[in-house]
Every structure is written in C-alpha cells, then in structure tokens.
Design a protein around this ligand. Structure first.
Ligand SMILES: [Zn+2]
Ligand SMILES: [Zn+2]
Length: 336
C-alpha cells in the first residue's frame, strides 16, 4: 500500500510502499477513504509531541470502510463505513475509561503520533474506538469532523453552551468555523472575535450576529456591550493571548474554554474573576461517545466543513504550506 511516513522531527514526509497490515486481536483493518490534514500533523513533524514514536504514519481525521477483522472482533462488520480520531485506544479499566471519558485515560494512545494513522491506503484501528458514519455522510468532507468537528462540538458542550446562550468564538479556522455553525444550530446567539475586519462577512455567513475585529476594537468591552457579555467564549485560535484579551467580555458565571492555545502562559485578572465567578477551562478532542454525538449532530443539521481534496503525494506540500502560513482552508487526502 502507498503511505507517507514521518521519519523524524523536522524531516519531510517520505512517500513509501508498505505491506497491507494484518489485523491482530481487537483490531479492524480499514481501507482509508480520506484523511484530513490537521495542524497537529505539522506539530508532529515539528517535534511538539515528545511522546511521538518515529517512524510513524501521521493522520487522525480518518474515514474509511472496514475490510478485515482481527481475532475476537464481531463489530463493526466488514463493509461498515467508519470514522477514527485522535484517540487510538485507552486502558479500558481506569476511572476515566469506566465513565466514558477515555480521552482522559492516562494510558491513552494517539493515532498518527504513537501508532500509524491515515496517511496510507489502509490503517489498523481498534474495534471499540471507531465510530460508524451516519448514512449519507460524504467520507471526504466528513473527515475533518473526526478532529476539528469533535473538538469544536465537545468544546461547546464542555463550556456549557445551550439554547439561548451567548457564545463567542475566537477564530474562524477549521475548529472555529465549525464551532460557530454548531453553536448557531444549538440555538445559541453567536459572536465572533477575529483578528481583522476581513473575517466579518464569513462570520455572518456562518450565522454569527456580531463580528469583532480585535485589531481595532477591544473585544472585552465589545462583548460586554453585546447583551451583557458572553456565557461561553471558545478559543479556537492558536493564541493564548487572543483568548486572554476577551476575558473582560465574559458575563457573570461565564466560561472561557480553551481548545486552541499558544506557548505563552495564560495570565488571569483574579479579582474580577472571583467577584463574577468566572471560569477558565480547557478541552482536548473527545471520547468515542462524543464523536458519535458530533457526527449525529453534523448529519442532522447538514454541518460539513469546506474542504480541498488532495492526493497522498500532495500531503508533504500541504504540511509545508501550513508551516509557511500559506495554507488556506482544510486539505483532505482523498483515496476515493
Ligand atoms: Zn483508562
Ligand atoms: Zn487534529
């Protein structure tokens, strides 16, 4: 099978031929339909994950079809269309696994970072950790839902967003654009905080009622004057500073939820936080049940990201463009 391999930190991806792997106990062999190119894949190559195991096939926004079952596997059946995400597997018996919070398992393993992922024609996955695709969901456009979609949907949920909430989303990239659409579909009122006025039109097209350009408007007071502040601010930008700049825009009892972050520390205005009982929280992607809910909600509301399909051979250049800041929109490696 054709595959692209990350051999070490700061080395370009190597395109190679490998044998189609054989599923072991508990595993399924999946013929990959598509795999999204995520900023975490660039992070892998740039050495942001000290626990990475090189050489490794990157990719954790996978859709495909089950074509083989390992010993002891009776579900999902051969022929089932499935999606797979960041969480490859977990211990299955710790307190977090027992309560369905497998993404918090101390022994979790990550697809495309410590085990081979979806930049290949076939991938081995764990039977209990794949998610059946709802009928009719296109495998290429749905691929980014496995990471960006899951992170956005679960981030809103962890932040307590519900119908009638005032939700502010920072950033309109892969996670941000989906977070805006999910929040609108949940019945929330949505504001968007962008860097410049350039994103205003896009934000309104996605359903936001307010766009704040942080380059010329202080987002804190602007959010406060928007119906008293935001109940949830979801940071989908790769900047901790951008998130901190909105803290003054939280309504009492409001939550700043970090999905995106930068290397800089988060500095908090403690007195206003105490007096208004503000919350700061963070959320990684999500557990298998969160992905089921994300896919069901996306299918029910027709929420799919705009993607640019590329070939496997174009994957190294896609990562280079991300590193250079010239990548626009979501790239998805399509095998179909
Ligand atoms: Zn566990
Ligand atoms: Zn990702």
């Amino acid at each position: 099978m054709r595959a692209a391999v990350a051999t070490e930190v700061n080395a370009p991806l190597t395109r190679t031929e490998r044998d189609v792997p054989t599923p072991g106990p508990g595993e399924v062999l999946v013929k990959v339909s598509a795999c999204g190119v995520c900023y975490s894949d660039l992070g892998l190559v740039q050495g942001h994950y000290p626990f990475a195991r090189f050489p490794v096939i990157p990719g954790h926004e996978i859709t495909g079809t089950v074509v083989g079952l390992g010993e002891g596997v009776s579900w999902p059946e051969v022929g089932t269309a499935v999606g797979a995400q960041f969480l490859y597997d977990s211990c299955g018996h710790c307190d977090y696994c027992a309560r369905g919070d497998q993404i918090l398992c101390p022994a979790k393993r990550v697809t495309g970072i410590v085990v081979d992922g979806g930049y290949a024609e076939y991938v081995l996955l764990k039977a209990g950790y794949v998610t059946p695709l709802p009928a009719g969901l296109d495998p290429v456009t749905a691929a980014p839902l496995m990471c960006a979609g899951l992170t956005a949907f679960n981030g809103l949920r962890q932040g307590g967003a519900r119908a009638g909430s005032r939700v502010a989303v920072i950033g309109t990239g892969g996670i941000g654009a989906l977070a805006i659409r999910y929040a609108v579909a949940m019945g929330a009122r949505v504001a968007v905080v962008g860097r410049s006025a350039r994103g205003a039109e896009e934000a309104r097209a996605l359903g936001a009622e307010l766009h704040i350009a942080a380059s010329d408007t202080d987002p804190g007071p602007a959010l406060k004057s928007w119906a008293g502040g935001a109940d949830v601010i979801l940071n989908a930008s790769p900047s901790t500073e951008a998130a901190a700049a909105t803290l003054g825009g939280l309504a009492p009892d409001g939550t700043l939820l970090l999905c995106g972050y930068g290397p800089e520390p988060l500095v908090l205005p403690t007195q206003p936080m105490v007096l208004s009982r503000l919350h700061v929280a963070a959320s990684p992607s999500g557990s298998p049940h969160d992905l089921r809910d994300t896919l069901a909600f996306s299918a029910a509301h027709g929420i799919l990201p705009a993607v640019t399909p590329i070939t496997l051979d174009e994957a190294p250049a896609a990562l280079d463009a991300m590193a250079a800041g010239t990548a626009h929109g979501r790239r998805v490696i399509a095998f179909v």
